[in-house]
Ligand binder design. Structure first.
Ligand code: NAD
Length: 371
């Protein structure tokens, strides 16, 4: 009689004999693994810094996406990455010559993971080279630039996605499912608290030329985006107030702490905080007429933890960037539709909101939003 163990042993033996790629997928039945033989997204990473490194490590476990190329201004980093990830010389570029990607049929998409203000020109150049692009958040430093990026990608017939990793996180998706199914009743309030104490005052995140702003561009954007996917609507107005306790560190145009409020068409309101001067701020709270949902931590690398009025959320921890890149492979290669969009238009809404928040801080007035 054939047991499931016999079957799995036989299958594993066959895989070794056939030298099939270690990329395996779990089939519908429990514990049975089958080799993945669908399309593979071949990715080049631009910007080999701290987040680029995290994405590269996470991609080792991807089934549908593979790191095959790099773009960097530092030759020694390129050498290290070539050795570590088995990247061929012909897939290595610097910031001067990456337009030559157009002659490279072995790269499908470039993931831009550089300082915020550089995304716009880099994404547009990648699009002109005929490659799909994933940009890190924020997609750019204002809505005007974001629109230009979208237009350039449309013109070049390439896809533009943005690294919104939380859109694939299981506990987040469960709350969205519950809200959509009406299990929380009519949602009337969201609170998003996002912040950390930033260190080194000389880093690019505190240089407006490279960052485009301060905490809002970096961490506050999670509360903006989160308010939208948790409530399931786009805000119609915003008010905002800034507090700056350390003007030496947080220079003109670099926000330290901003509180902001949204109104939504269905009557819900949101109250959010973005800061570079407080730790332990990573919490989402959603309140409906029939129940509530809380994530704390809500947007860090995990494990994300949460509960709702029905009890603890028990969905498994996943490496966000692994799941994100597999899902993005599905979007780019197979036209899959994510539950929460991750395209340029989605990111443009956040940029319009950031523009409006800065305007509200400056004028002290309520700013209407048309997304
Ligand atoms: P980082 O400073 O660690 O890395 C930035 C990389 O860009 C470095 O390798 C640096 O050499 C390179 N670079 C190229 N041109 C540069 C220039 N002119 N000035 C400075 N550096 C230059 O930063 P990071 O933390 O990796 O952030 C990069 C991007 O990723 C940012 O847009 C950030 O918002 C985003 N990010 C996203 C997440 C997320 O969870 N989705 C997390 C961290 C960072």
């Amino acid at each position: 009689m054939h047991t499931r163990r016999d079957f799995i042993q036989k299958l594993t033996g066959s895989l070794i004999a056939l030298q099939i790629s270690p990329a395996l997928v779990t089939a519908g039945c429990n514990n049975i693994i089958v080799p993945y033989d669908g399309p593979l997204l071949r990715v080049a990473i631009m910007g080999l810094g701290s987040y680029g490194t995290r994405v590269a490590e996470a991609m080792k476990d991807c089934k549908k996406a593979k790191l095959v190329g790099v773009i960097s201004g530092t030759p020694s980093k390129i050498k290290d990455w070539q050795a570590k990830y088995n990247i061929p010389e012909k897939n290595c570029y610097n910031y001067e010559n990456f337009d030559q990607l157009k002659n490279n049929p072995d790269i499908d998409v470039v993931y831009v993971i550089t300082p915020n203000a550089l995304h716009k020109d880099q994404v547009i150049r990648v699009a002109k080279a005929g490659k799909h692009v994933i940009s890190e958040k924020p997609m750019s430093i204002n809505a005007k630039d974001g629109q230009e990026m979208i237009d350039a990608c449309k013109k070049a017939h390439v896809k533009l996605l943005v690294g919104y990793r939380m859109h694939f996180e299981p506990k987040t998706l469960e709350i969205i499912r519950m809200r959509k199914a009406g299990e929380l009743g009519k949602v009337l309030f969201f609170q998003g608290l996002c912040g950390f104490t930033i260190g080194d005052p000389t880093q690019w995140r505190l240089n407006k030329q490279l960052s485009g702003g301060g905490s809002m561009m970096d961490i506050g954007i999670y509360a903006i985006n989160g308010a939208r996917y948790m409530i399931g609507e786009d805000p119609i107005w915003v008010t905002a107030q800034e507090t700056k306790n350390n003007p030496e560190k947080f220079k003109e145009g670099v926000d330290e702490t901003i509180q902001f409020q949204f109104g939504f068409p269905g009557g819900a309101v949101a109250s959010c905080l973005s800061t570079y001067s407080m730790n332990n701020l990573d919490r989402f709270f959603l309140n409906g007429e029939k129940g509530y949902a809380e994530l704390y931590p809500s947007t860090g690398y995990g494990p994300i933890q949460g509960r709702t009025s029905k009890g603890e959320l028990t969905q498994p921890h996943v490496t966000h960037q692994t799941v994100q890149m597999d899902e993005m492979a599905g979007i780019i290669l197979e036209g899959k539709q994510p539950v929460v969009p991750v395209d340029g238009e989605e990111a443009l809404k956040d940029l319009k909101i950031i523009d409006a928040i800065y305007e509200a801080v400056k004028t002290g007035k309520k700013v209407d939003l048309k997304l």
